[in-house]
Design a protein around this ligand. Structure first.
Ligand code: ADP
Length: 346
């Protein structure tokens, strides 16, 4: 299929967006002064616990929610200011996928996918031809005549993605799109979403409570708590140096951040360091160099390695022992060779 999305399209700006829901006398602040710039063609992740405001945020991009104050600008257009036909026209630029897929159970897969086009007034045969095209893209061409009830969860989400792509949107919104799926199926859906982004240049905004999804899918991440963005940046930076305790808690679910308290108390904090290495740094002979060149003892307590955004990130927690000047020399040696060194506090 031809890429119809120019890379200049699909920019989303949240300009000081706040939202409160009024229920009788009580008001809930779902969003507080959110400022985000989502570049065209990127994959942007928003992570937060349940109730953080993620759904409210994503639903503003296609006008399903309106800000109480502030503006959501999509490709230069203030979405909340649009009504009627102009709003519907703007909504065509955006596709959305959901945790529970939201397919019509009594309608064949092909017609589920063709539905948005039919609603736009596209003729039946043209809509079906486009449905078959996007179903092929998501790897479900053979299931076009099936009903959703005959499909697995992963296949249903592929249909959801095909339906979202039918109108060739500039932006794809994913609201907890993998949260109902097992890890293997989640990985396949993530790969498919990366393909969508690569092939069509579609901007993807994904909200999730799973840091694994952010790690494998997003390029940039914003961390939300209680309606506010508390931290944002490139995904790799957030994994290497989370700034807030909440970001650290999410990072810990993928890369464990420390040792059990009892172990730290037993070892004592001196010379107890957590080291992070990226790419070529992970293959250096750090430990043997510490022992032979610096002359310290090294007790390796933890090591792991993971792939984050096409980078290899390695982690070690070591206890270095020896005379004070040697331990200091070891610290200086390591600080030169790893991207991040921190004390593991006793
Ligand atoms: P998340 O997607 O991160 O779980 P939501 O955006 O769904 O968070 O909700 C943020 C807050 O706004 C929550 O406190 C929720 O109860 C409240 N909220 C969301 N939608 C509504 C609504 N339609 N009416 C009242 N309160 C709502």
């Amino acid at each position: 299929m031809v890429q119809l999305t120019a890379p200049s399209e699909g920019r989303i700006l949240f300009e000081g967006v706040s939202k409160s829901f009024q229920r009788g006398a009580a008001a809930t602040a779902a969003l507080r002064d959110v400022r985000l710039e989502i570049a065209p063609g990127t994959i942007f992740g928003v992570i937060g616990y349940s109730g953080a405001g993620k759904s409210t945020l994503i639903r503003m991009v296609n006008g399903l929610e309106k800000p109480t104050s502030g503006r959501v600008i999509v490709d230069g257009i203030d979405i909340a200011a649009l009504r009627g036909a102009r709003l519907r026209e703007a909504q065509k630029r955006t596709g959305m996928i959901f945790q529970q897929f939201n397919l019509l159970e009594t309608v064949r897969v092909r017609d589920n996918v063709a539905m948005p086009l039919r609603l736009d007034g596209v003729g039946a045969s043209a809509a079906r031809a486009r449905a078959d095209e996007v179903l092929d893209f998501v790897g479900l061409g053979a299931k076009a005549d099936s009903y959703p009830g005959e499909l697995s969860g992963g296949q249903k989400q592929r249909v959801g993605i095909a339906r979202a792509l039918a109108r060739n949107p500039k932006i794809l919104l994913a609201d907890e799109a993998t949260s109902a799926l097992d890890p293997t199926t989640t990985a396949q859906i993530i790969e498919l979403l990366r393909n969508v982004n690569r092939e069509y240049g579609t901007t993807i905004l994904v909200v999730t409570h799973e840091m694994d999804v952010i790690k494998d899918l997003a390029r940039e991440v914003a961390v939300m708590a209680d309606g506010a963005v508390v931290e944002q940046g490139p995904v790799l930076d957030t994994f290497l140096r989370p700034q807030t305790s909440i970001a650290r808690d999410f990072v810990t679910t993928v890369v464990p951040q420390g040792l059990p308290d009892r172990v730290v108390a037993h070892l004592g904090g001196e010379g107890l360091w957590r080291l992070l290495m990226v790419d070529d740094e992970v293959t250096q002979p750090l430990i043997s160099d510490l022992i032979t060149r610096i002359g310290v003892g090294v007790n390796m307590l933890h090591a792991d390695m993971t792939e984050i955004q096409d980078h290899t990130v390695g982690q070690m927690i070591v206890k270095v022992t020896g005379p004070g000047d040697r331990v200091a020399a070891a610290r200086a040696f390591l600080a030169e060779r790893v991207v991040h060194l921190e004390e593991v506090a006793a």
